[in-house]
Every structure is written in structure tokens, then in C-alpha cells.
Design a protein around this ligand. Structure first.
Ligand code: SF4
Length: 68
């Protein structure tokens, strides 16, 4: 399973590609950070740490998580 990590201040956004169901909740909810058409597709500089954490918590599949 591919696991990718994207760092922002003291949080790490973890994305497990095999769990992702491509619901696009993240891209719709916080398009300044989650950009499926770009590389890297997660760009943590696009929003505050708290906004990112809130969006990660809305991922329906658990593909996104926060590692502290
Ligand atoms: S919200 Fe979660 S399941 Fe949906 S596209 Fe984003 S990472 Fe994948």
C-alpha cells in the first residue's frame, strides 16, 4: 500500500491511496490544499493547520489521517 505524508508545521497529513474512494470530498471542501490534478496533489501551504485537520476528519474512507 502506498502511504504518502505531507507536512505542515507540526502535523503530518497521511494519505493511503488504496483506501481512497475518490469521493472528492477533500477537493470540494478545501480546494486550496487538495488538488487531485496537480503534483503533489496535497499542498499544505494552502490553508491553516486547523482547516486542514477539520477537512481530513471529513474523509469518508479513512484514507486521509493526521499523524502527530
Ligand atoms: S475525501 Fe478521502 S476518500 Fe475522498 S478523495 Fe479525499 S482522500 Fe479520497
Amino acid at each position: 500500500m502506498a502511504i504518502k505524508k505531507y507536512e505542515k508545521e507540526d502535523v503530518k497529513i497521511v494519505w493511503q491511496n488504496e483506501k481512497c474512494i475518490h469521493s472528492a470530498n477533500c477537493a470540494k471542501g478545501l480546494s486550496s490544499v487538495f488538488k487531485p490534478k496537480e503534483k503533489p496533489w496535497i499542498q499544505p501551504d494552502g490553508a491553516s493547520k486547523q482547516a486542514i485537520i477539520d477537512q481530513v476528519n471529513k474523509c469518508p474512507s479513512g484514507a486521509l489521517s493526521i499523524e502527530k
